[in-house]
Write a protein that binds this ligand. Structure first.
Ligand code: ARG
Length: 458
């Protein structure tokens, strides 16, 4: 019988232990749990709560348990509920009664909060590393194609010409805000809950500052009830992950569109594409599609935890055990998506002739024609109307703007002159010479600045 069933005469029903156990998933917290216990044992000795030699025995026992787990020799037991009790029970087996001193001045409630905070801190560091890798891949792709033009879209209709580099840098900016969001979330994760005990604080002279230093936390929690009962730090990670996945999903959607035969703006590297079981000609963007699909899953995890937490009375409730699978899954999904995207973006081939052809077809320079009339004194609103009529006329005549002759232009406004023929894709880009705009003169420093932000390395 588990050593924590002290008051009971009976073992838990098998159905109950199966239903309530978290060990099938929280075994992943073993490193954090052991690190927390080692620091706790050291602190107990330093404060004279247990003897130095007892602490040493406990710490050695914990280290050997860590090795057993790492080598796959540890036997996790469902009837021991969770990672905390599994490790403690093994410690008792290994070092005898003295192992029972480890849980002095501690509860599973502050212990699990600690483990989760350690886990989330590590996850944030890995997430930021993954984000930076992808930012680097986007920058390299932009640098390698810095003169490539493409249609910029609104409503998925060609709107105005833009540099591909400018479009890619839009994603750089989104990911940069994600980096900042995770960094900001870290401030609230980086708080030591140990010392809160079950809920009221512990009745021993513990040194929380020492624990914070040992475990690398920059702050200690200010209220024991809050420290064991909130999971807002996980919700925050999941919210930042959801926003990040939303960004990745939009990029995924564009890669899917761009690699379609209809757009044909990019070619996926074969190593990042998949085939069809029936149609031999297919080269499918499954990586991008799955990222788009997994975004729904990450949102779901966020919603699930918000719903789990919303009506819980203070302090700890077992409902909160439901926080873990969602967190683990979110971290794994986001990290793998970031990794595979870096590879996919790095190896993406841009088909510059096709993006150029897409800009040249249609009437993408219509705004530039309106701006031309404005410079000659026409108010913008009426210039817009004149060019709109000119566009319908040109469509009817099946002519692009530059195939209309000057007389035809003049039918729509006397302000049109020879110089209307100098309006081109190049002039359109160059005209957007404003900080944040798509003019090559603006995009070059923006690209250099992006490179600087991620630390310069290729
Ligand atoms: N497995 C539990 C969880 O994940 C650990 C805390 C258990 N605390 C308790 N009082 N039953 O939340």
């Amino acid at each position: 019988m588990s050593h924590i069933r002290g008051r009971f005469q009976k073992d838990a029903d098998k159905l109950v232990s199966g239903y309530t156990a978290s060990i099938p998933f929280d075994w992943r917290l073993f490193k954090q749990d052991i690190a927390g216990s080692v620091a706790h044992a050291r602190m107990l000795a330093k404060q004279g709560i247990i003897s130095g030699s007892d602490a040493e025995t406990i710490i050695n026992g914990l280290e050997s348990i860590r090795q057993e787990i790492e080598q796959g020799k540890f036997q996790f037991k469902t009837e021991l509920e969770d990672i905390h009790i599994n490790i403690e029970a093994r410690l008792l087996e290994k070092v005898g009664e003295v192992g029972g001193k480890l849980h002095t001045a501690r509860s599973r409630n502050d212990q699990v909060a600690l483990d989760l905070r350690l886990f989330t801190k590590e996850a944030i560091a890995d997430t930021i590393t993954g984000l930076k890798e992808l930012q680097k891949a986007l920058i390299s792709l932009a640098e390698d194609n810095k003169d490539v033009v493409m249609p910029g879209y609104t409503h998925l209709q060609p709107a105005q010409p833009v540099l591909l580099a400018h479009h890619l840098l839009a994603y750089f900016e989104m990911l940069q805000r994600d980096v900042e969001r995770f960094g900001d979330c870290l401030k609230r994760v980086d708080v030591l809950p140990l010392g809160s005990g079950a809920l009221a604080g512990v009745a021993y002279n513990v040194d929380r500052q020492f624990l914070a230093r040992e475990l690398g936390f920059s702050k200690i929690s200010g209220n024991s009830i809050d420290a064991v009962s909130d999971r807002d730090f996980i919700i925050e990670y999941e919210a930042a992950a959801s926003i990040c996945m939303m960004h990745l999903s939009r990029l995924a959607e564009e890669i899917i569109l761009w690699s379609s035969a209809e757009f044909d703006f990019v070619a996926l590297d074969e190593a990042f594409a998949t085939g069809s079981s029936i149609m031999p000609q297919k080269k499918n963007p499954d990586v991008a599609e799955l990222a788009r699909g997994k975004t729904g899953r990450v949102y779901g995890r966020l919603m699930a935890l918000l719903a789990t937490m919303k009506a819980l009375p203070l302090a700890y409730n077992r409902d909160m055990q439901e926080d873990k699978e969602g967190l683990f899954d979110t971290v794994a999904t986001l990290l793998s998506t970031l990794k595979v995207f870096s590879g996919m973006v790095k190896t993406l081939k841009i088909k510059a002739e096709n993006t150029r052809r897409a800009v040249e077809g249609g009437y993408i320079l219509a705004t530039d024609l309106a701006d031309y009339l404005v410079k000659k004194g026409e108010p913008f609103r009426s210039a817009h109307g004149i060019v709109a009529r000119l566009v319908s006329y040109a469509i009817e005549k099946k002519k692009p703007f530059n195939k209309l002759d000057l007389d035809e232009y003049k039918r729509f406004s006397p302000l049109f002159g020879e110089d209307v023929y100098s309006i081109s894709i190049k002039s359109s880009l160059a005209a957007r010479d404003i900080f944040g705009g798509t003019a090559p003169k603006q995009v070059a420093p923006a690209l250099a600045n992006a490179r600087k932000i991620i630390g310069g390395q290729k």
